[in-house]
Design a protein around this ligand. Structure first.
Ligand code: 5GP
Ligand code: MN
Length: 339
C-alpha cells in the first residue's frame, strides 16, 4: 500500500502543452475504459484549458461499444480512418506502458512528433517518452489525468468528470481491485460532485454488452479448467469458438475477471486466438503471485496483479508456457505444486 501519490512533473507537462500548437493523443491497442476515458479527458483539457484547436485522438482498434456512449468518442480515429502521419508538436501516449502498445500502424506518427509525453500507471523501467508522468501506484491513467487537471486548476466540467469517472471505475473493476485506494474515492467523490453520474455510467459500461459477449462468457465459464492444486483457473479460446458464436475480439474484454469468482483460485488467465492470428494472454492475480513479471517473461507486461502478453506462437504452446511459469511461481511460495 502506498503512503501517498508519487510526485510527477506536472509543471513540465503544463509547459509542454502551453507551447504546443498541435497535439496527437494515442492509447493502446484493444482500448479499454481507462484508455478511452483518459484520451477524451485530455482532449477537453487541451481544447478548453489550453485553447488548442489542433488536437487529434488515435485508438488503433477504435472505441469499444461499451464506451461509445461518451460524447466525443465518435471523433477518435482508428487504424482504418486515421490521417497519415504528419508533423505534430506533441504526441501524448495515455495508458501505454511501452511505445509499441499504440500499435504498429501508428508508429510513423511518433517519428514525426517533436516531443513524446507519457501519462500512465503501468510498471515501467524509467519510461520511453521525453516526459514521463507514470505512477505505477495510480489506479488508472485517468487518475493521473485527474491529478494533472487539479495541478493546473483546469475546470472539470460534467463531460470531463464522466470520462475520468468511467476510466477509474473500469480499471478498479468497479472499485474492488487492490488499486482501489483512498485517493480513488477522494477523486471519484470530486468527479461525482462535478457532474459524473455513477449509476448511469455503470449501466452504460457494464450492462451494455453484445449478446455475443454473453455467449462467449457462457462458453468460458463452462469450459474453464482448474490446475495447480486448484489455484489456477485457465481457459483457451480458439478462433473457431469466436466464429461459432459470432463473437469478436472485443467480446473477450471482461471475460478473464469472471474466472476469478472461483473460490480457490489465485491466478486466472485466458489464452485466446485474436482475429489477426496472434495469441493473446490475459492474467489476473488475487494478490500473492506477480503476474506482471510472468507476462514480462512472455514479452508482455502490465501491472503486478493484472497483466497481458501477445505472441505469434500457437495457442497451446503459449498456454503451456503460461501454466508452467504460473506453477513455478506458486511452487516458489508453497513448495511442490501438482501439475
Ligand atoms: P488485459 O488482460 O486486460 O488485456 O490487460 C491487463 C493489463 O496488462 C493492462 O494494464 C494492459 O495494458 C497490460 N497488457 C495487456 N496486454 C499487454 C501486452 O501485450 N503488452 C504489454 N506490455 N502490456 C499488456
Ligand atoms: Mn489503465
Amino acid at each position: 500500500m502506498r503512503t501517498g501519490p508519487v510526485e510527477l512533473d506536472f509543471d513540465a507537462l503544463d509547459e509542454l502543452f502551453a507551447k504546443a500548437e498541435s497535439v496527437s493523443v494515442f492509447c493502446h491497442i484493444n482500448a479499454d475504459g481507462d484508455a478511452i476515458g483518459a484520451m477524451l479527458a485530455m482532449e477537453l483539457i487541451l481544447k478548453n484549458h489550453y485553447k488548442k484547436n489542433d488536437v487529434k485522438l488515435f485508438s488503433r482498434d477504435g472505441v469499444p461499444e461499451f464506451m461509445k456512449f461518451l460524447p466525443g468518442a465518435e471523433n477518435i480515429y482508428d487504424a482504418k480512418n486515421a490521417p497519415v502521419a504528419a508533423d505534430v508538436d506533441v504526441a501524448l501516449l495515455v495508458d501505454c506502458g511501452t511505445a509499441k502498445r499504440i500499435g504498429r500502424e501508428f508508429s510513423g506518427h511518433l517519428e514525426k512528433a517533436g516531443k513524446i509525453a507519457v501519462v500512465d500507471h503501468h510498471v515501467t523501467d524509467g519510461g520511453f517518452g521525453d516526459l514521463n508522468l507514470t505512477d505505477p501506484d495510480a489506479s488508472s491513467a485517468c487518475e493521473v489525468v485527474y491529478r494533472f487537471a487539479e495541478s493546473i486548476a483546469a475546470v472539470i466540467d460534467p463531460d470531463t468528470a464522466t470520462y475520468l469517472y468511467a476510466g477509474i471505475m473500469y480499471d478498479t473493476g468497479r472499485f474492488i481491485h487492490s488499486n482501489t485506494t483512498p485517493e480513488v474515492f477522494r477523486i471519484c467523490a470530486e468527479l461525482v460532485a462535478a457532474g459524473a453520474k455513477p449509476g448511469e455510467i455503470a449501466e452504460n459500461v457494464f450492462n451494455n454488452r453484445a449478446l455475443s459477449h454473453l455467449k462467449l462468457l457462457g462458453y468460458s465459464l463452462s469450459n474453464m479448467e482448474i490446475t495447480g492444486d486448484g489455484k489456477i483457473a485457465y481457459l483457451l479460446i480458439p478462433r473457431t469458438i469466436y466464429d461459432e458464436l459470432g463473437a469478436t475480439d472485443e467480446d473477450n474484454e471482461g471475460i478473464v475477471e469472471q474466472l476469478g469468482a472461483y473460490r480457490e483460485c489465485e491466478v486466472h488467465t485466458t489464452i485466446t486466438e485474436t482475429a489477426d492470428g496472434r495469441t493473446r494472454v490475459s492474467m489476473r492475480s488475487t494478490g500473492r503471485i506477480n503476474v506482471g513479471s510472468i507476462c514480462a517473461e512472455l514479452g508482455g507486461g502490465g501491472h503486478v496483479f493484472a497483466a497481458g502478453a501477445r505472441s505469434d506462437d500457437p495457442l497451446e504452446e503459449v498456454a503451456r508456457r503460461v501454466l508452467e511459469k504460473t506453477r513455478a511461481a506458486l511452487a516458489a511460495l508453497d513448495g511442490t505444486v501438482e501439475k
